[in-house]
Design a binder for this molecule. Structure first.
Ligand SMILES: N[C@@H](CCC(=O)N[C@@H](CS)C(=O)NCC(=O)O)C(=O)O
Length: 205
């Protein structure tokens, strides 16, 4: 048994962490949950994540939830994988910005587009501002490439790359050439391919 356990439903937002674990390269176990059967709402899992959602990661005695937080945690916990930007490096600012931008701007923008609200809240009250601005900001960030911080692939790419991939897959994001090219580069990574193939097997049940 390894020191790392991913609570996972394949495929789902926990696939983001599955890919991240493959990038890290440490041994890990998967505790598979069926969302269809409601296993994420069972008492034993609510003791792990009271939100009743995947992913959750157990590392020794520590439990971390929220996909982007788990990616940031793993990048720091296993610095030899070179997926973080250390404190003191000026690129740490943009690195953290993109890690947070995924769950706080890209995902809510996609969700509001997919499931429109009754009445539009004022732009200033929405953390992501407005959908079109989010699209333009991300497109500008991934245009030059190869990765969001340039040459170094980091945990921020796992978060933003997953957001763009799932967003385009579910038609919540347009297939802009910048998004397609960047998501394609991410998908070509051996770790992303391994996670995706394992997810396909896991999804068969
Ligand atoms: N904010 C969470 C969201 C996690 C989430 O919504 N997971 C979905 C799977 S894609 C889930 O567990 N849904 C089951 C449910 O809510 O019953 C994160 O980013 O990790």
């Amino acid at each position: 048994m390894s020191n790392l356990t991913l609570y996972h439903a394949a495929p789902s937002r926990s696939s983001i962490v599955h890919w991240m674990l493959e990038e890290v390269g440490e041994p890990y176990d998967i505790h598979l949950l069926s969302l269809k059967k409601g296993e994420n709402r069972a008492a034993d899992y609510l003791a792990v994540n009271p939100m009743g959602k995947v992913p959750a990661l157990r590392h020794g005695d520590t439990v971390i939830t929220e996909a982007a937080a788990i990616c940031a945690y793993l990048a720091d916990a296993f610095p030899q994988a070179k997926l973080n930007v250390p404190v003191g490096d000026p690129r740490r600012g943009p690195y953290l910005k993109w890690l947070f931008f995924g769950p706080s701007c890209i995902e809510p923008a996609i969700m509001d587009r997919t499931f429109p609200r009754v009445g539009t809240p004022p732009r200033a009250a929405l953390g992501y501002g407005d959908y079109d601005t989010v699209i333009e900001v991300v497109a500008a960030a991934v245009r030059a490439g190869p990765y969001i911080l340039g040459e170094q692939f980091t945990a921020a790419d796992v978060v933003i790359g997953s957001g763009l991939r799932f967003g385009m897959m579910f038609k919540g994001l347009p297939e802009r050439p910048e998004f397609v090219a960047y998501a394609g580069r991410c998908a070509e990574r051996p770790a992303a391919k391994r996670a995706s193939m394992k997810d396909q097997e896991l999804a068969k049940g």
